[in-house]
Ligand binder design. Structure first.
Ligand SMILES: *Cc1c(COP(=O)(O)O)cnc(C)c1O
Length: 389
């Protein structure tokens, strides 16, 4: 059965005329960068998430890097994250010269397992190698069990950065992911494949003014124009000081205008994603397929629709992904466990270090989900999978 020769992508941006007009307006304005749109986007995200401060960056990767630096991550430190994530969740610690380690996932949700985290903390404490920062990743848009992780942070004294690259618009305990009730900093991505886009872009939100100030310096060369942060009185109106070693991680006005315009549709996008996800969940009921278990404490933004093959069907995992692609349905795999990447293998990780992540890798696949997916396309995807199995 083929429906069309058009390839159905696993995810896709949704750009309206309003988005286009917003970007064109910026092109006609005086400011292409460092103008009013970036602070307006930051304020809008802070308001949406009910958090005090927001720092826009040119990517979530940059946001993760400066979030680690603002929390003081350096050469003698250790950062833990999930092996089932995009490599950026771990690389950010290596950029700071720190060591990285992983906490295995809960196979039901694909998220960092608080039980595994506690066991690993108990062992690490004995050998005096506790992490400085833990980075839970909200896989596919469902929040991790942040209350449990936060309780462990209080007990063992680590900081938390939520990698919410998938989870803008999601809720945890009826509140927006990003309110930082259970973390120091939360990071979002606005890459085109994510829930809302600024083409490239990221945001680090926090309730701490100190962390926010530090991140805002680090995204712009470590420079400050604020006399209160300077080591001596200003020399004059031209004066600024570099007080940290920062970067150019700034978001442009074009990106911020697009992000601001997209934010207006965030709730609608997430509602549409949930609707389509529920159809998948119902249609696959009697198949050897399991879904990422959805906790009653959370409302997922469904950045991805991930299924896992169960029983004997696991043997046909690769075959299914290839078959879907032959049917013009882009199936993907989120993610290859980070610790089996050659770069991480060279750091000494063994494949068997995180057995749940490996089991997940051999059974999980992503099928298309985005607000522009039509009913016809979704039916075709469902039928193709049912026929295969
Ligand atoms: C997309 C993604 C990132 C990186 O986002 P960019 O904005 O592309 O830098 C980091 N972590 C996770 C979990 C992601 O999915």
């Amino acid at each position: 059965m083929t429906m069309t020769n058009k390839v159905i992508p696993y995810g896709k941006q949704n750009i309206s005329q309003h988005d286009i007009d917003a970007v064109v307006d910026v092109l006609k304005s005086d400011w292409l960068t460092q103008g009013p749109k970036v602070p307006a986007f930051e304020q809008a995200i802070a308001d949406y998430c009910d958090v005090n401060f927001a720092c826009a960056t040119n990517s979530a990767t940059s946001a993760l890097h400066i979030a680690c630096l603002a929390l003081g991550v350096g050469e003698s430190d250790i950062v833990w994250t999930s092996p089932i994530s995009f490599v950026a969740s771990a690389n950010c610690a290596l950029y700071c010269g720190a060591k990285v380690d992983f906490v295995d996932i809960d196979l039901d949700t694909g998220n960092m397992s608080p039980g595994e985290l506690e066991q690993k903390l108990i062992s690490a404490k004995k050998i005096d190698s506790l992490p400085k920062v833990v980075i839970p990743v909200h896989l596919a848009g469902q929040s991790c069990d942040m209350k449990a992780i936060y309780e462990l942070a209080t007990k063992y004294g680590f900081k938390i950065i939520e990698d919410a690259s998938h989870a803008i618009g999601a809720k945890y305990l009826d509140k927006s992911v990003g309110n930082c009730d259970y973390s120091d900093i939360t990071v979002f991505s606005f890459h085109p494949v994510k829930i809302i886009t600024s083409a490239e872009g990221g945001m680090a939100v926090t309730n701490s003014q100190t962390l926010d100030k530090s991140m805002k310096r680090l995204r712009s060369h470590g420079i400050t124009s604020n006399p209160d942060e300077m080591t001596e009185p200003s020399h004059g109106p031209w004066y600024y000081q570099q007080i940290d070693l920062g970067f150019n991680y700034r978001m442009t006005e074009l990106q911020a205008a697009l992000g601001l315009s997209q934010l207006k549709k965030l709730d609608q996008f997430v509602a549409e994603r949930n609707k389509l996800a529920n159809i998948y969940t119902n249609e696959f009921k009697n198949l050897p397929i399991s879904h990422l278990h959805q906790s009653s404490q959370s409302y997922s933004s469904y950045h991805l629709y991930i299924i896992r093959l169960t029983g004997d069907a696991v043997k046909k995992h690769k075959e299914l992904i290839c078959s879907l692609r032959e049917h013009n349905i882009t199936s993907h795999l989120h993610y290859i466990p980070i610790h089996i990447q050659p770069y991480y293998q060279a750091l000494g990780f063994k494949k068997s270090d995180f057995p749940n992540a490996i089991e997940y890798y051999h059974s999980a696949l992503t099928i298309p989900l985005h607000p522009k997916l039509t009913n016809l396309e979704q039916d075709y995807i469902i039928k193709t999978i049912i026929e295969f199995l």
